[in-house]
Design a protein around this ligand. Structure first.
Ligand code: CTP
Length: 241
């Protein structure tokens, strides 16, 4: 019966240096593909050999990965190349990696063997965040700080572009903004950036509910709902961006 179904064990591996939301997104997607998530983390020596030394030590990286709520188990000193032997050793059904290719020092795909055996699954890589990028930002900020100067406008702009003025994140939000969702989160206004609104799978407008179903206090400014809100006509408006 369904109660006796064997748990699906999922394997992930990587450097997980300076853990960021790209990594936690990857582990969240991987965990959703099964029931139990095991994450192999590479040693400093292995990483240095294949792509250059990490910022955090292996002991620190093990702790950071273990702290992610979707991780059930961490395997220290996991080999850089993912083999069937490793998957079998930890009784994992398959491994999951972001849709970017990882090469060894001699240019081989580190997932070649498991891909061929059909024990590889892909998840979506998170755009706009990486360890390299984080290191770059830290260098810019520290340089200005130590000179005791104002940040240059270029530096300020770079740092600001990463500011996240968000009170809450809804993981797994539906594509279409439903009436239930608006009620649940007590939303008064839905905003969308200046990009095109891509229709839902069935061709419908994801903001349809929002446009046709105004709540008691919502202003009926249809054009604003499909764009970033510009400054208010009154003083003190918050500009977009
Ligand atoms: N990953 C992701 N999104 C990111 C960064 C990493 O989904 N923005 C995923 C990778 O695809 C991989 C896992 O996180 O499956 C571990 O990645 P890691 O080995 O730490 O290295 P990088 O991919 O190089 O990550 P970064 O550039 O941030 O160091």
């Amino acid at each position: 019966g369904p109660g006796s179904r064997r748990a699906v064990r999922v394997w992930c591996d990587g450097c997980y240096d300076m853990v960021h939301y790209g990594h936690s997104n990857q582990l969240r997607q991987a965990r959703a593909m099964g029931d139990y998530l095991i994450v192999g983390v590479h040693t400093d020596e292995e990483i240095s050999k294949h792509k250059g030394p990490p910022v955090f030590t292996q002991e620190e990286r093990y702790k950071m990965v273990q702290a992610i709520k979707w991780v059930d188990e961490v395997v220290p000193a996991a080999p850089y190349v993912t083999t069937l032997e490793t998957l079998d050793k930890y009784s994992c059904d398959f491994c999951v990696h972001g849709n970017d290719i990882t090469l060894t020092v001699d240019g081989r795909d580190t997932y070649e063997e498991v891909k061929q055996a059909g024990r590889y699954r892909e998840c979506k890589r998170t755009q706009g965040v990486s360890t390299t990028d984080l290191v770059g930002r830290m260098l810019l900020v520290t340089k200005a700080h130590h000179r005791g100067q104002e940040m240059t406008s270029e530096c300020r702009e770079y740092a600001d572009s990463f500011g996240k003025y968000v009170s809450e994140v809804v993981i797994g939000a539906p594509y279409a903004v439903t009436a239930e969702l608006l009620d649940h989160f007590k939303v008064e206004l839905v905003c969308h950036g200046k990009t095109e609104i891509v229709p839902d799978k069935d061709g419908s407008d994801p903001y349809q509910r929002e446009r046709s179903h105004h709540g008691p206090h919502r202003p009926a400014h249809h054009q604003e709902q499909a764009g970033v809100r510009g400054p208010e006509p009154e003083e003190g408006g918050q500009g977009a961006g």
